[in-house]
Design a protein around this ligand. Sequence first.
Ligand SMILES: O=c1ccn([C@@H]2O[C@H](COP(=O)(O)OP(=O)(O)O[C@H]3O[C@H](CO)[C@@H](O)[C@H](O)[C@H]3O)[C@@H](O)[C@H]2O)c(=O)[nH]1
Ligand SMILES: [Mn+2]
Length: 745
Amino acid sequence: MREKEDDEIVGAPLLFETKEARFRGAYKLFASTILVSISLILFYRVTNFPTATRTESWAWIAMLVSEILFGLYWIITQSVRWRIAFQSPSKHTLLQRYDEEKMPAVDIFVCTADPKLEPPLMVINTILSAMAYNYPSNKLSVYLSDDGGSELTFYALFKASIFSKHWLPFCRKFNLQTRSPHAYFSALNHNYHSHHHDHDDDFHKQCLFIKKLYEEMKSDIETTLAKGKVAHSERNFHKGFKEWSSKTKKQDHHSIVQIIIDGRDKNAVDEDGIQLPRVVYVAREKRPNYPHHFKAGAMNALIRVSSEISNGPLILNLDCDMYPSNADTIQETLCFFMDESRGQNIAYVQFPQNYNNLTNNDLYASSCLATDMIELAGISGHGAALYCGTGCFHRRESLSGAHFKDYKAKLDHIMINTKIEDNRTVDELNEASKLLATCTYEHGTLWGKEMGLVYGIPVEDIASGLAITCRGWRSIYYNPERKAFIGVAPTTLDVALVQHKRWSEGMFQIFLSKYCPFIYGHAKINIGIQMGYCVYLLWAPLSLPTLSYAILPPLCFIRGIPLFPQPTSLWFLPFAYAFVANNGYSLCEALICGSTIKSWLNLQRMRFIRRTTSYFFGFIDTITKQLGLSQTNFVVTDKVVTEDVQKRYEKEIIDFGGCSSIMLTMMVTLALLNLLGLLVGIRRIIMGQLIMIIQIVISAMIVMVNLPVYEALFIRSDKGSISSNVMIKSFVLASLACFIATFVF
Ligand SMILES: O=c1ccn([C@@H]2O[C@H](COP(=O)(O)OP(=O)(O)O[C@H]3O[C@H](CO)[C@@H](O)[C@H](O)[C@H]3O)[C@@H](O)[C@H]2O)c(=O)[nH]1
Ligand SMILES: [Mn+2]
């Protein structure tokens, strides 16, 4: 019987196809020329070592070390450009081959951490779009993990569960693609007339009605939020509110599990009489003396709680600010997992992160187009994907810690639903689940080590993905034409830098920990994957060569020390080539990926600022943590913006407001130093010291990138500009550096 089934599948269309990018040969040729120029640069450094003064020798050594580091990093980045793989799933083949009965149940996890930083309205928009997936609702369960332990969030979720009774039928009836009410209504406001339902009277009426319901819910939630507590009259509508008392605090409360919509309840239906998906609120127990392991802890509690309630074999993990924006994503993803010949060893399918609030030229370079279209697909070419914490579908088994070989031994079926009929009441299920979400539950277990997400690293996602890959699983990166998930990008420099500091720090921590891909992955994953991971893990140390390139050239101008060859010398060529080829290539890559020249320039600015601030302080903090001087933290990014900030953001004016003063001081000091260097350098060139030309170009580039910094220092006076306090500090520091360079060394 079994054989016959296999026979039928042989020769049948595949559920997904993998294609490799073209022109790889040409690229390899081009990359080799850069490699040659890098080697020549290093050769030049070693053979032309200056011995005249000690200062000169030290400066030279610093340049040599920086160039070695840049060179090594460049080699690492080649791994993700070697074998770029694009995936194309075939939803139609899937639907032809499997009927709904055979499809696996999907548990969707949404994490939120604080009702002030992450507005409940945003959270429920994500929940509502997840509930509205075009998928049999008896197979969908949506879990909200609330690390804020807030009744305000619970209230919003409860309200959303009522609104969903209208929203879901509406989405179905008019086959909406965007199923986040907020996103849908905002888009509708912008281009109502271009909407194809324009003349449809029925649509028009219903749309107005639903919109009114949404507005009412929104205003209820906002009023409650403003009051800071749920009104007495409202509390009577759900017994779940009893879980909160005046003593409940964010970091000190018992575990709360409330099934708000019970997927088995025949009365839990929408306006069309169709079953609603299950909705569960979870706030794991928090106590002051117990570490809660941030998002990783929340995810692990959800894995356990959901296994008790629905136990879907597939898990979709979302941040509260990432809403599903394509109703068919689950089916597309199933093409990978359910492919008969290649699906069994896939642990997870990761989608890229997209944002709906980017400015025309992506002011803070949040979109990472080249990363999404090329680099991540480049790791995929080696058979793995980076798990990025959101927009990722996991096989429950692999996420929970199974090794592929054990899994294979256990079952050779494609995803099957293992949940057996459960006759327990909602209250019984709530109580049973609560026990899985207590502070002590994990004591003496392998949770956070070999089971679930890994603890102790602020980018729990990357480390966990790596651990899963090393357990023998493959993973897929899929970047579909129509965006699958859309989130919120930072709208101030501060948030952008804090986020990158956490990332660079967490990733470097992975590199230094036992999870270092070269060691942990040795003999388990191929070298392409090991290197691919390191493209990101090494952001923090990359700050050091960047800083020396930003500091030494201007200081050496002042002293009159040349660091690069004469423009008339042949040695000038490899430097010039490496510079032009790298930047030219990066620009082409960006343009091919659909970016504009201006966005590319913004990316260069943000890269410079990130490397010299976020990554540098990330580096320092990682080192102090290694020495045991401080502890891991997870600074949740603020997703709320004031009108003032929003206006500046829309006008693409950099908002320096709120920036940590140490990061700002660093930024301004470097900007001033290079401005000064440039002026002195120009004087030297005029005096005929042509040898300074490369140094001048470097400083000139840094000055160009920093134009908005000078503007914020000397011209602007709005709230997003730089305070005089920081300006004075930076002036003193920059002058001190010049003074030391001139007189001390
Ligand atoms: O104690 C915590 C802290 C955070 N979160 C949630 O984690 C998510 C990510 O937090 P956010 O502040 O938005 O961080 P980002 O920098 O935007 O997140 C990126 O980086 C994180 C790792 O640093 C990944 O976990 C995320 O998926 C990825 O989107 C949010 O949904 C939070 O609610 C928790 O549930 N509990
Ligand atoms: Mn986020």
